[in-house]
Design a protein around this ligand. Sequence first.
Ligand code: B12
Length: 210
Amino acid sequence: MHELSSEFRDALAALDRLRVETIFQKATLLKPAIQVVEELIVPVMAQLGDEWCSGQVALSQIYMGSRICEELVERTLPSLAPGRKTRPRQAIAVLSDYHMLGKRIVLSTLRTSGLDVLDYGRMEVDELVERVRADDVKILLISTLMLPAALKVKTVRKKLDAAGSRIRIAVGGAPFLFDRQLWQEVGADAMGRNASEAVAIVRRWREEES
Ligand code: B12
């Protein structure tokens, strides 16, 4: 996977869709798709983010590169839970920013693991609080990649507490990876570094509830 990483990085930076796809397919011969997503796409996107910070790649490359990855993930990982019969009591949302890829991966992984989750897409604080209450959600997963958005989790928590909700909140995304105490500071109940940790958190909480 390590060798494929630098090829994948170059193909993404060159916005060469065909090469990106070919490398991804090659990797899926070695490992399951979800593992390839975590071990290839996630670190390469983080690397491109660092390269953007140091001026080696343009934001347009990051934007187009992430679009290519989103399409790839959309096609490769399941997006709908088959045979949904009950209304799930867990939901996921991107709070207040436009970084959608992480949420997409976490959602697919949860669904692949047999955990049905409502997909709220991208929301602002008030809309999120309203939806969570209306759907009687017990476990809320929030993805944010911008620090200002991450800090808004605090307001979500406050508003839900004020409404008497006993919801549990798990967070993830770049700000929480950069600052390992941030999840506690914003009043979350857990933080996950990747999609597998999201699955573990939800499973643990569901077991504790039942
Ligand atoms: C792609 C990208 C973009 C794309 C987003 C396209 C899209 N549709 O998603 C575009 C080009 C639009 C973009 C724009 C901007 N970006 Co940007 N972007 C990135 C980049 C390079 C990669 C993000 C990504 O897709 N990673 C791949 C995914 C799969 O990883 P992930 O989201 O982290 O998710 C994984 C885990 O975190 C976890 N996870 C995620 N969510 C959750 C939730 C739960 C509950 C759990 C348990 C786990 C979990 O599981 C996922 C799978 O492993 C990051 C760099 C980085 N290090 O993250 C910067 C980054 C997030 N961007 C940044 C910035 C500054 C911006 C802009 C302000 C730039 C600008 N000047 O305009 C804008 C703001 C846009 C906005 N308002 O939202 C900064 C944020 C800094 C900060 N501390 O706030 C970063 C960190 C870059 C950097 N190093 O500075 N960006």
